[in-house]
Write a protein that binds this ligand. Structure first.
Ligand code: MN
Length: 198
C-alpha cells in the first residue's frame, strides 16, 4: 500500500472514501463512532506521543514497526483502521486475476479462504484483528493479532483486515461477531486489496 506520511510532523485524519450510508452491512451510525470518534482519538494520541519519540517524520508503517508502548498501540490502531476503512466499497466483491490465483493456490477456493478467515476472526479472544498477509516468499497467510497488532511487526506484508473489537460491530450486531464477519464480504473491494500485493 502507499506510504502514509506526516505533514509537518502531524498525521492527518483520512476521510471515508465512500458515503457512510452506502455500505449498509456497517451502518452510518457505527461509522460515525468508529471512524469519526475512535480513529480520531487514535490519531490525536499518536500525534501527541510522536513528539520526542525519535520517530518523527517517518512513514506510518515505520512508526508501527519501531514504536513501543502507548505510541505503538495508537500508531498500530491508526494504520489498522486506515487499512480497514479503505478496503470497503460498493464494487469488486470477488477477487480476480493475480489475487484470485494466490487465494486458490494457498487456500483451495475463495469459499474455503472466507470460511477460514471468518473462523480465525470469530475465535480471536478479546479485542484484535484478523489479517490476510503475504509472507516474504509470496505465500498468503491468515493471522490473529491482539489489540493493536499489525503483521508488519512479524515481517509480513498485510493485505486485508477485519476489526473484531466490539466497537466495530456492537451497534449493528450486538454480540453476534460471526454474523458481522460473514457480512463484511459483501463490501470488501478486492481491487483495493489486490493493489496492496507486494
Ligand atoms: Mn476499531
Amino acid at each position: 500500500m502507499k506510504e502514509i506520511m506526516p505533514i509537518n510532523g502531524v498525521f492527518d485524519m483520512p476521510a471515508l472514501p465512500y458515503d457512510a450510508e452506502s455500505l449498509k452491512v456497517i451502518s452510518a451510525s457505527t461509522l460515525s463512532f468508529h471512524h469519526g470518534k475512535h480513529l480520531r482519538a487514535y490519531i490525536d494520541n499518536m500525534n501527541k506521543q510522536l513528539v520526542g519519540s525519535g520517530l518523527e517524520g517517518l512513514p506510518l508503517s515505520d512508526v508501527v514497526r519501531r514504536a513501543e508502548g502507548g505510541l505503538y498501540n495508537n500508531a498500530g490502531q491508526v494504520l489498522n483502521h486506515i487499512m480497514y476503512f479503505e478496503q470497503f466499497g460498493n464494487a469488486n466483491h470477488n477477487p480476480q486475476g493475480e489475487m484470485l490465483k494466490l487465494i486458490e493456490r494457498d487456500f483451495g477456493t475463495v469459499d474455503a479462504f472466507r470460511k477460514e478467515f471468518e473462523q480465525r476472526g470469530a475465535t480471536l479472544f478479546g479485542s484484535g484483528w484478523v489479517w490476510l498477509s503475504q509472507q516474504a516468499d509470496g505465500h498468503l497467510v491468515i493471522t490473529q493479532e491482539a489489540n493493536a497488532g499489525n503483521p508488519l511487526r512479524s515481517g509480513l506484508h498485510p493485505l486485508l483486515t477485519f476489526d473484531v473489537w466490539e466497537h466495530a460491530y456492537y451497534l449493528d450486531y450486538q454480540n453476534r461477531r460471526a454474523d458481522y464477519l460473514a457480512a463484511l464480504w459483501q463490501i470488501v473491494d478486492w481491487q483495493i486489496v489486490a493493489s496492496r500485493l507486494a
